[in-house]
Design a protein around this ligand. Structure first.
Ligand code: DGL
Length: 265
C-alpha cells in the first residue's frame, strides 16, 4: 500500500483544531486531511477524563479505519487526558498538542507568562508537569477559560460577546505584568485579533500550530510518509454535530467554503 497517498487524521472536540489545520496546510499543502469535529460532545474542557478518553479512542479508531496514516490530536484537553493511552492502543504515529510553555519561557523578557486554557487542561497534571519542566525561574499564571471554545464553535471570533468573555480573563494577566501569553486551547487562535486588541501590542501571543505542523512533517519524513507533488490536498470534514451549522462555521473560520458530513461514532 502507498502510505504517502493516505490522509492525515485530525480531531478535536469541535472546530478549534482547524487552527492546527491552517498551520499544517501552510507547511504540508499536498497532504489530504480527514478531520473529525466532535461537535455533539463539545466542549471537552468540562467533561470527565473518562468521557474524553472514550471519545478520543472511538474517534481515533474511526480515523484509522478510514485509512489515516498519522493522527493529530488537535486538542490540548484530549492530549492531556488521552495521548499516552492512544499511543498504547493504536499502532500508528500520534502527534499531540501541549500549550507552548517552552517557547514562551524562551521568549519572555519580564519572566511572567500567562497560559489561557480550558478548565480540564488548566487543572490537569500534564500542564502542571510541563510548567515544572520548563519554567526555568519564570512565573506562570494559568487561567481557566470556560465558555471561550463555545464562542468559537458558535462562530463568534470578534465583537461584543467575545470582548465580554475575554476581558475578565485577560485583565488580571495584564495587571500581573505578563509579557507572553500562551493560547493553550486550539480554539483560541481564532480569537487572536480580539485578544490582541485587549492586551495590546507589547504582549507576545503564542500558539502551538506551527510546532505541531513541523512535528508532523518530521514524523512523516522519518517513515517516508510525506505525500509528494504539488497537487493541493483535500479536506474532508466529518462531524458528530449538525453538518449545516458545522460546515458554515468552518467556512467562516477558514475563510473558504467547507462542506461537513454527519458521522456519529
Ligand atoms: N480545542 C480544545 C483544546 O485545545 C478543547 C476545547 C473544548 O472542547 O473545551 O483544548
Amino acid at each position: 500500500m502507498n502510505v504517502q497517498a493516505l490522509p492525515i487524521g485530525v480531531f478535536d472536540s469541535g472546530l478549534g483544531g482547524l487552527s492546527v489545520l491552517r498551520s499544517l496546510r501552510a507547511m504540508l499543502p499536498a497532504e489530504d486531511v480527514l478531520y473529525y469535529a466532535d461537535s455533539a460532545h463539545c466542549p471537552y474542557g468540562l467533561r470527565t477524563p473518562e468521557e474524553i478518553l472514550h471519545r478520543s479512542a472511538t474517534i481515533t479508531s474511526t480515523l484509522v479505519q478510514r485509512g489515516a496514516k498519522l493522527i493529530i490530536v488537535a486538542c490540548n484537553t484530549a492530549t492531556s487526558v488521552a495521548l499516552q493511552e492512544l499511543r498504547g492502543r493504536f499502532g500508528l504515529p500520534i502527534v499531540g498538542l501541549v500549550p507552548a510553555v517552552k517557547p514562551a519561557v524562551a521568549a519572555t523578557r519580564s519572566g511572567r507568562i500567562g497560559v489561557l486554557a480550558t478548565p480540564r487542561t488548566a487543572c490537569g497534571e500534564t500542564l502542571a508537569e510541563l510548567i515544572r519542566r520548563h519554567e526555568d525561574g519564570a512565573e506562570v499564571f494559568t487561567v481557566a477559560a470556560p465558555g471561550l471554545a463555545d464562542l468559537v464553535e458558535a462562530g463568534y471570533t470578534v465583537g461584543p460577546e467575545v470582548e465580554v468573555a475575554l476581558r475578565p480573563l485577560l485583565d488580571p494577566l495584564v495587571t500581573s505584568g505578563v509579557d507572553t501569553l500562551v493560547l493553550g486551547c486550539t480554539h483560541y487562535p481564532f480569537l487572536r485579533d480580539a485578544i490582541r486588541d485587549l492586551v495590546g501590542p507589547d504582549i507576545t501571543v503564542i500558539d502551538s500550530g506551527e510546532a505541531i505542523a513541523r512535528r508532523t512533517r518530521d514524523v512523516l519524513a522519518t517513515c517516508d510518509g510525506l505525500r509528494p507533488g504539488s497537487r493541493p490536498g483535500n479536506l474532508e470534514l466529518l462531524t458528530s454535530g449538525g453538518p449545516k451549522t458545522v460546515g458554515a462555521v468552518a467556512s467562516r473560520l477558514l475563510g473558504e467554503p467547507v462542506v461537513a458530513s454527519h458521522l456519529l461514532v
